[in-house]
Design a protein around this ligand. Structure first.
Ligand SMILES: Nc1ncnc2c1ncn2[C@@H]1O[C@H](COP(=O)(O)OP(=O)(O)O)[C@@H](O)[C@H]1O
Ligand SMILES: [Mg+2]
Length: 375
């Protein structure tokens, strides 16, 4: 991984070009590092707001997860700590994530310096294209499957899969941004998190839930990509929640059969039956048992044992050229237009209200939980 040489960077090392994203607790800027002239996305969040809205812990998860996926080890949490090795952790294939390159803070803000992904949000492409064909959509869906699978293997639940958080890189391949509600979990969790449209029923019902929620979100996203609107078609979160709990999903008549079946298996209300990539402890156990069964040549038993479908085995996606995809040998059906490396024309225009900064509250050192963060 490339990293900046200067360990004591601060905001003065960057020339801020413009706002490219507006978030709940701050903004994302395109900035050029003055020495190397490299573009970065700088996610700047207000300490004061994060404290006020009790989001410090989530912000810390985001920071820690960004470091994990970026291959950054620090302080005591390094290789010598056995707790990092007890899960047969597969190395992170981090090709699909916008990585962190630096972190710093001042009395008002925390700053995440990330890879700049210049092609803009998948959201904007979906608006332009209206919908993707069943065949084209697989290019994005397959990448998302691999990325979720990688996160889950490392016990990270993403929880905010949506087209605003998927960006197009200059080569037309996807990058995940926004680990703002992602979390490392051992088993289950129960915080209400995510974006209503993409929330799994078990979250809405405030039950304990696990990695399966990300596969549900992929079902909604796949529907939206290929139908042209999401299955709830509502703005009011309360109405969305009601529809999610009811679980009635209508499909267009002429929909590709394999695609429809794929979505239906992702949108199974019972998380234990929902299609996914088989990666919680139960699944791993079952897989092991399965191997034993296979050794005994008892394939029928295997079918009985496992009721839910492994997503990689689903007919819609099974024959996708995975190897070529992972080697980035597939030519995307859409490649964003990028005029220069710091081109921000693929992003929405946001008002730059610079003077606002002056009014943002300082957090005094004795009350600042961020000072303990280690880079
Ligand atoms: N690394 C990046 N490169 C380019 N644009 C980014 C990057 N990270 C975020 N953005 C833009 O900023 C928006 C908000 O960032 P995000 O991390 O999703 O913040 P929030 O947690 O507030 O949703 C994204 O939807 C995207 O448009
Ligand atoms: Mg976001």
């Amino acid at each position: 991984m490339e990293s900046l040489i200067n360990e004591t960077l601060n905001k003065n090392n960057f020339e801020i070009i413009k706002i490219i994203g507006n978030g709940a607790f701050g903004k994302v800027y395109l900035g050029i590092e003055k020495q190397t002239k490299k573009p970065y996305a700088i996610k700047i969040q207000q300490k004061h707001l994060l404290i006020l809205q009790k989001q410090v812990e989530h912000a810390l998860y985001e920071f820690e997860i960004l470091k994990i996926i970026s291959g950054i080890n620090n302080n005591s949490k390094n290789k010598s700590n056995p707790s990092n090795n007890n899960l047969n952790i597969t190395p992170i294939r981090n090709d699909s994530f916008s990585l962190i390159h630096h972190f710093f803070q001042d009395s008002k803000f925390i700053y995440f310096v990330l890879d700049y992904i210049p092609g803009g949000e998948l959201f904007i492409l979906m608006r332009k294209e209206i919908k993707f064909s069943a065949s084209d959509a697989r290019f994005y869906i397959a990448q998302i499957i691999d990325a979720l699978d990688t996160l889950h293997r490392n016990k990270i639940i993403y929880r905010d899969l949506k087209p605003e958080n998927l960006l197009l890189d200059s080569d037309g391949y996807l990058k995940f941004v926004d680990f703002g509600v992602a979390k490392k979990i051992e088993n289950k969790t129960n915080t209400l998190a995510g974006t209503p449209t993409y929330m799994a029923p078990e979250i809405v019902k405030q039950e304990y839930y696990s990695f399966e929620v990300d596969w549900w979100s992929l079902g909604i996203l796949t529907y939206e990509m290929t139908v042209g609107l999401d299955p709830w078609d509502e703005k009011d979160p309360m109405k969305i929640y009601e529809k999610i709990k009811k679980g009635l999903i209508l499909f267009p008549k002429n929909m590709d059969k394999k695609l429809k079946n794929f979505i239906q298996h992702l949108l199974i209300g019972d998380p234990n039956k929902r299609m996914g990539s088989f990666l919680n402890d139960n699944d791993i156990q079952k897989e092991k048992e399965n191997e034993n069964l296979m050794n005994q040549n008892n394939i029928n038993e295997k079918k009985k044992e496992i009721k839910k479908i492994n997503i990689y085995e689903h007919i819609y996606i099974k024959n996708y050229p995975w190897k070529e995809l992972r080697n980035k040998e597939i030519i995307p059906f859409y490649t964003p237009k990028i005029k220069k490396k710091d081109d921000a024309s693929n992003f929405n225009e946001y008002q730059d209200d610079d003077d606002d900064d002056i009014e943002i509250e300082d957090v005094s050192e004795d009350k600042d939980p961020f000072l303990a963060w280690k880079w």
